[in-house]
Design a protein around this ligand. Structure first.
Ligand code: FES
Ligand code: FES
Length: 210
């Protein structure tokens, strides 16, 4: 009878141990599955971390594809403002608390200060500049002017972006929908009643809100 710790067993255990602890690629190669191995290598290559130096990315902003080279740690807001010269979205809190940096990502309002630029490639980005192309104001912006709905103006692009998105989807939005669209937006100057009046007027209602 063979000793349990014979050389043969040592070799067998050692091979088994290696296969168990080796990565999926090595396992696939040893199992003779070339397709699986190359798929694993492809996946590992795809998961390779980016950076820390600049990487080339493409961003679709207001219908135009922009090629930029930025470090992966850079936010969408910084790329918009510093690389693309789109300074409508404002950097105020830089921590998702004020809404001044709001842009639309695939038609959803997001805080651009909280998005990494590398992570939004292939998505549709719309900024306040894309909301009023060629400097022509939309109905909501005209109502903002008419109702004096701004003071310093730092919060205004964020409010207008979120409310325009609402009114494009629901042209006769209710007060509740308007206030919901404004949630997450802070106005340090306290122009909320004027903003509400402007949004109600853009939604086709002119009576004074209670
Ligand atoms: S600057 Fe992004 S939420 Fe305030
Ligand atoms: S108008 Fe100044 S923060 Fe809103």
């Amino acid at each position: 009878m063979k000793e349990p710790n014979s050389n043969d067993d040592k070799i067998r255990f050692s091979r088994r141990g290696f296969i168990k602890t080796a990565g999926p690629t090595a396992t696939a190669v040893m199992a003779g599955n070339v397709d699986q191995a190359s798929a694993e290598m492809e996946r590992e290559r795809a998961e390779k971390p980016l950076g820390p130096g600049p990487v080339a990315i493409e961003l679709n902003v207001n219908g135009t594809v922009h090629k930029v080279s930025v470090e992966p740690r850079i936010t969408l807001l910084d790329v918009l403002r510093n690389e693309l010269d789109l300074t409508g979205a404002k950097e105020v809190c830089d921590r998702a608390q004020c809404g001044a940096c709001t842009v639309l990502l695939d038609d959803e309002p997001v805080n651009a200060c909280m998005m990494l630029a590398v992570a939004v490639q292939g998505r549709k980005i719309r900024t306040i500049e894309g909301i009023s192309p060629n400097g022509k104001m939309n109905k909501l912006q005209e109502e903002f002017v008419k109702h004096d709905a701004m003071m310093c103006g730092f919060c205004t692009p964020g409010f207008v972006t979120s409310l325009t998105n609402l009114l494009e989807t629901v042209p006769t939005a209710t007060d509740e929908q308007i206030m919901k669209a404004c949630s997450g937006h802070l106005c340090r100057c306290g122009t909320y009643p004027h903003i509400l009046k402007a949004a109600r007027a853009a939604a086709g209602r002119t009576e004074v809100p209670s």
